[in-house]
Design a protein around this ligand. Structure first.
Ligand code: C5P
Length: 402
């Protein structure tokens, strides 16, 4: 994405350097515009060094400025696919809410047709002032996004709200606000299962597998970005993704219960979880003592969550499963598709440890029409976006009766 990062005059401006670097590392092109006050907190050299792109000052005589200053703001406004102002002071919020434009950043904000995002940071009294809140409401009414500040000790020594949101959260919000929404998925509720489940033998020992939950988390992010409302049911230890409703679970039974609670409201499910197929028949509440020789443990089947959801699905709901097979993967996937009555199975080839815990992966979709062209190899975040695009196209075809 081509991002204009506006930096206004607040102590939190130093954090925008970290944000610029994070966004650049994620593959975005980032051009910074400093206001006059912003340039007192952070230098253009820091920002150009981190982004590899030009940094612009508030006025033609300040910072880098190209040959034709009279139309620079229009060029930048057109170049941007998203404009983010981080940190945003009460002053820039007030100017933008009222259409005032007297420096480069405020003129770009007025001229751009790109989505705009604000991450305000200011003293608690200023943040709570009705004028600031009214300006924010007005900016929201223009379709702008606001990443609300958090609470904490502020630079002025006061404790309260007004502290710039976490840099990682702002980066996630930029991703969401800057991604075009897909008609077939916008405002649809998508249930996603992810991660390993854990089946306890006793308070110390557990049955699990090598899944981390990374793929399901990236899918949750990708569905979120195109406008879906995602309900994630997550096993394992990875942090829940920003902006996604998440229920954390441990066992297959807990995962089933969480899914059943949301299934009737959902438009579809993507089951990316690596559910443990068995659990100890009689888990012990005390640590089981070791014996001297060979020991026997009775394992019983856990519920098949996806099969249960599929069995009670309505005609308008869709069901997508995963398959992790180490041999004859397409054959097994076709069998699974029929057995569990799925709309699609995304096949991972786990031979030689591929798929679990790695960053680059390939998924082959199998549908009633047979195996489809593989998606990838791609890093998991891009793979998830590609899967969502592929699935949205199929949903579109389904809706138009093709
Ligand atoms: O039958 P198999 O485990 O190979 O099927 C894999 C698919 O079924 C995955 O989508 C997985 O999330 C789902 N599954 C499930 N509950 C189970 C086992 C698998 O939802 N107990």
């Amino acid at each position: 994405m081509r991002i204009i990062l506006g930096i206004t005059g607040g102590v939190a401006a130093y954090k925008s350097a970290e944000l610029a670097r994070l966004l650049a590392n994620q593959g975005h092109r980032v051009r910074c515009i400093l206001t006059e006050a912003g340039a007192r907190f952070i230098t253009p050299l820091t920002l150009t060094s981190l982004t590899g792109e030009p940094c612009y000052g508030a006025n033609p005589d300040q910072g880098e400025w190209r040959a034709n200053p009279s139309i620079e703001h229009i060029e930048l406004a057109r170049w941007a696919e998203l404009v983010a102002v981080v940190p945003a002071t009460a002053n820039i919020l007030g100017k933008a809410a009222n259409g005032l434009a007297n420096d480069l950043l405020s003129t770009v904000l007025l001229a751009t047709r790109a989505p705009v995002l604000w991450a305000p940071a200011m003293n608690t009294g200023m943040w709570e002032h009705p004028a600031v809140q009214a300006n924010l409401a007005r900016l929201r009414s223009f379709g702008h996004a606001v990443v609300e500040p958090g609470e904490g000790v502020l630079a002025c020594g006061e404790e309260g709200s007004g502290k710039l949101a976490e840099v990682a959260s702002i980066a996630e919000a930029i991703q969401v606000h800057g991604t075009p929404k897909l008609r077939t998925l916008k405002d649809r509720l998508v249930l996603i299962t992810s991660g390993p489940t854990r089946e306890d033998l006793d308070p110390v020992r557990t049955f699990t597998n090598h899944s981390t939950g990374a793929m399901g988390i990236e899918l949750a992010r990708a569905f979120r970005d195109v406008g879906a409302k995602v309900q994630l049911v997550l096993g394992g230890d990875l942090p829940a993704p920003w902006g996604v409703e998440t229920v954390r679970v441990r066992s297959a039974q807990q995962m089933l219960e969480a899914c059943e609670a949301h299934w009737a409201d959902s438009d579809g499910v993507v089951a990316a979880a690596a559910v443990a197929d068995q659990r100890p028949e009689t888990p012990s509440s005390e640590k089981v003592k070791k014996g001297d020789g060979a020991e026997t443990m009775v394992l019983v089947r856990t519920p098949d969550i996806l099969a249960r959801l599929s069995a009670v699905r309505r005609a308008d709901q869709w069901v997508v499963g995963f398959a992790a097979e180490s041999e004859r993967h397409l054959e097994h996937a076709s069998a699974k598709l029929k057995q569990k009555k799925l709309d699609a199975v995304l096949v991972n080839d786990v031979q030689g440890g591929r798929a679990f815990g790695i960053q680059v992966n390939t998924l082959t979709p199998v549908t009633a029409q047979g195996p489809q062209p593989p998606i990838g190899p791609l890093p998991k975040d891009q793979l998830a976006h590609a899967v969502v695009q592929w699935w949205a196209l199929r949903l579109e075809a389904r809706e138009s009766g093709q």
